[in-house]
Design a binder for this molecule. Structure first.
Ligand SMILES: Nc1ncnc2c1ncn2[C@@H]1O[C@H](COP(=O)(O)OP(=O)(O)O)[C@@H](O)[C@H]1O
Ligand SMILES: [Mg+2]
Length: 367
């Protein structure tokens, strides 16, 4: 049982505040991913939890007890880093056994635990080797083994597979997930890679410039981004965002992007759901799969012309121009012949997001 809680955590390096009032509650056995661009404060947050970095305000609680005054060694938390941090002169066996040597365990007990961890990580046949003889992926397996062997209260991983090549990263990602399902320990995993975050996390914590932007399941942050930053950070290709004005038109609502000559048709309910914000400066967010393209004219579709077409294998991304704004639409592959084709486009109201431009916040409209 390990719960970790951050309450109003603040961290400065000199005059620069790199963690700003961070509040987060992590449940027992939960796999949390801290996601954000390089420099947003992920490593600092992890090091603060581990006790490798002091904090300048707030509390860090493990199972309800403040630990910010405890040394790293007294917090019983293991950390795996991106850079391989194995002892080069020791065998794999000795590297994994190392954290147990300082305990009162007998040789036989240590042996049993090293072999059990090696078996879980499928590295039994590597036990006699030196780190220099291992591939990058195997080195990280050993580093994870060394972290796991003392059954820490929590596992913190800082871009543990970031240095591996793409194919191996994918393999290791799946292994880390399997391991978590099997071992079930409270885990905090740091990455700047949203695919890694989406595939591993129970909940994703998105940070930007030291400020927590949103905490939620992968589906939450993808389908209900809390603000424009999250909307454009999660998802590939990125969400289209355009300034939009909403007006009443006959029995419907009309959403005009930028300087476009005509608006997209939306259900009238949009006006009430905007809750008095219809007249504010708004941005519409729509993922490429929410931009629907067809060949024939139809009610609610605007005539548009295709620009660049990117074939991506199982689908195409087609750029269309609405006024001076470019929207990216996702179509079946080969659906349009190429640039310059006249087609008709609509925005799926159920997939549209509305944001307040001034604050960037989502207005939470669901149609
Ligand atoms: N020891 C340090 N001294 C001064 N500034 C630091 C130190 N460590 C990190 N920083 C700064 O703090 C910010 C957050 O860094 P970091 O937590 O490493 O970000 P991330 O892991 O998200 O890339 C960055 O601007 C970085 O330059
Ligand atoms: Mg980092």
């Amino acid at each position: 049982m390990t719960q970790i809680e951050l309450r109003g955590v603040q961290k400065y390096f000199g005059a620069v505040q790199v963690i700003k009032d961070l509040n987060l509650k992590i449940d027992d056995n939960e796999f949390i991913v801290l996601l954000g661009q390089s420099g947003c404060g992920k490593t600092t947050t992890l090091r603060a939890i581990a006790g490798l970095e002091t904090i300048d305000g707030g509390d860090i609680l493990i199972d309800g007890k403040p630990v910010q005054h405890l040394k790293a060694a007294d917090r019983d938390i293991a950390m795996v880093f991106q850079s391989f941090s194995l002892y080069p002169h020791m065998s794999v066996y000795e590297n994994i056994a190392f954290p147990l040597r300082a305990t009162r365990k007998s040789k036989a007990e240590i042996d049993q635990e090293v072999r059990s961890v090696a078996k879980t990580l499928q590295i039994t046949d590597l036990l006699a080797k030196k780190p220099s003889a291992l591939s990058g992926g195997d080195m990280q397996r050993v580093a994870i083994g060394r972290a796991l062997v003392r059954r820490p209260k929590a596992m913190l991983m800082d871009e543990p597979i970031g240095a591996l090549d793409a194919k191996l990263r994918e393999e290791m990602r799946a292994e880390i997930k399997r391991l978590h399902i099997k071992q079930g320990s409270t885990s905090i995993y740091v990455t700047h890679d949203q695919i890694e975050a989406m595939s591993l996390a129970d909940r994703i914590v998105i940070m930007h410039e030291g400020v927590l932007q949103q905490v939620g399941s992968p589906d939450d942050v993808y389908s209900h981004p809390a603000n424009l930053f999250v909307a454009q950070f999660v998802g590939s290709p990125v969400m289209n965002v355009a300034e939009a004005s909403v007006t009443e038109k006959a029995s419907a609502a009309s959403v005009t992007l930028g300087d476009a000559a005509a608006g997209f048709e939306f259900p009238r309910a949009l006006l009430s759901k905007l809750n008095g914000h219809a007249g504010d400066k708004l941005a519409l967010g729509i993922r490429p799969e929410g931009v629907i393209v067809r060949h024939e004219a139809a009610e609610g579709f605007l005539p548009v012309e295709t620009q660049i077409v990117e074939p991506l294998g199982s689908f195409d991304i087609v750029d269309i121009k609405v006024g001076s704004k470019m929207l990216r639409a996702r179509t079946k592959s080969g659906f349009v012949s190429g640039p310059g084709e006249k087609v008709f486009a609509r925005i799926d109201p159920a997939q549209a997001h509305f944001f307040d431009v001034a604050s960037g916040r989502s207005l939470g409209v669901r149609l």
